[in-house]
Design a protein around this ligand. Structure first.
Ligand code: ATR
Length: 280
């Protein structure tokens, strides 16, 4: 009932608006409402769309989707941890089959369709810097949803990929699925020989704010370090990379670009990027 009441409250306070909502647990830290709202304003859609957030725990997802379906005003559901994979079984169509993690659900005439926009959040910052990804040697640290999006992006560019994960078995499974190599987290050779290192773990945020998923002494100026975490902006890994003079791609860049693609899916329009960027 809490979910229905909360959705009713959102609908009542936003009469005649199309509602997008980010769900997760935790969700408080999510900047999706901030960037989408800036995007709406940037092209004059703020009187038509609103973007809210709602804490939905793991065990509440089914109830949330069933309840949301009663609200025709809901046009988009953004999924963050821990729902990116579990949402799939409640969808009518999954357009993110290869990645198999959904962060974007378009709700249109009662049909719920899942997409993934994280892969674009990973690819676009390289394009911005005119870095050609083709054939690069990449170490992806982590084996969760963000790693799957990274794998999709780098596979697209025929990169040679190593996956390093605390739970080696998970890295093994992913490596088999995406035809690449798996290693334990502390594999020095895989880190040192990579041209690009991606942190797709949650190490560096929350309770692990002052930690790095890999030994920072292995980072050199020859690496490009891609950090998926955007809060804090400068994780320990990013600080270490900057210290040795590596090129750094920040989590806020990934957030921005995945958000732009998501915005287009929800609204059918392209926002003004600079305005979205300024709120980050
Ligand atoms: P997401 O969908 O955001 O990628 P996830 O699926 O929960 O989130 O994945 C989190 C990743 O961070 C996993 O690779 C996890 O490692 P395990 O597979 O061993 O759990 C990694 N991770 C989380 N906490 C970690 C820690 N303290 N040290 C190392 N890796 C950690």
């Amino acid at each position: 009932m809490r979910i229905e009441e909360k959705l009713r409250e959102i609908e009542t306070s936003n009469p005649n608006k199309k509602i997008c909502i980010v769900i997760g647990d935790p969700v408080e830290h999510s900047l999706s409402p901030v960037i989408h709202s800036a995007g709406y304003k940037s092209i004059g859609l703020d009187n038509q769309f609103v973007f809210e957030k709602m804490n939905v725990a793991k065990g509440e997802l089914e109830e949330f989707v069933n309840t949301a379906r009663k609200f025709k005003s809901i046009v988009g559901i953004t999924c963050t941890m821990p729902h990116k994979q579990s949402i799939i079984k409640y969808l009518d169509e999954n357009k993110a089959q290869i990645i198999n993690a959904v962060n974007t659900v378009l709700c249109c005439n009662g049909k719920y369709t899942g997409y993934n926009t994280d892969w674009y959040g990973i690819e676009a910052p390289f394009a911005d810097r005119k870095i050609n990804l083709d054939g690069k040697k990449v170490a992806i640290v982590g084996a969760g949803g963000a790693s799957r999006a990274a794998l999709y992006t780098f596979k697209k560019h025929n990169c040679s990929i190593s996956i390093l994960n605390r739970t080696k078995e998970k890295a093994d499974l992913l490596a088999k699925e995406f035809d690449c190599q798996a290693f334990a987290l502390n594999n020095e050779e895989a880190i040192e020989s990579a041209e690009i290192i991606v942190n797709a773990t949650s190490v560096g945020m929350g309770e692990a704010t002052n930690l790095s998923p890999i030994d920072i002494s292995l980072i050199s100026k020859n690496h490009i370090v891609f950090e998926c975490i955007y809060k804090p902006k400068e994780t320990l890994l990013v600080q270490a990379a900057k210290m040795v003079g590596s090129e750094v791609i920040y989590g806020w860049e990934m957030l921005l670009y995945q958000g732009i693609l998501q915005f287009e899916i929800y609204t059918g329009r392209r926002p003004i990027m600079e305005i979205m960027k300024n709120v980050l």
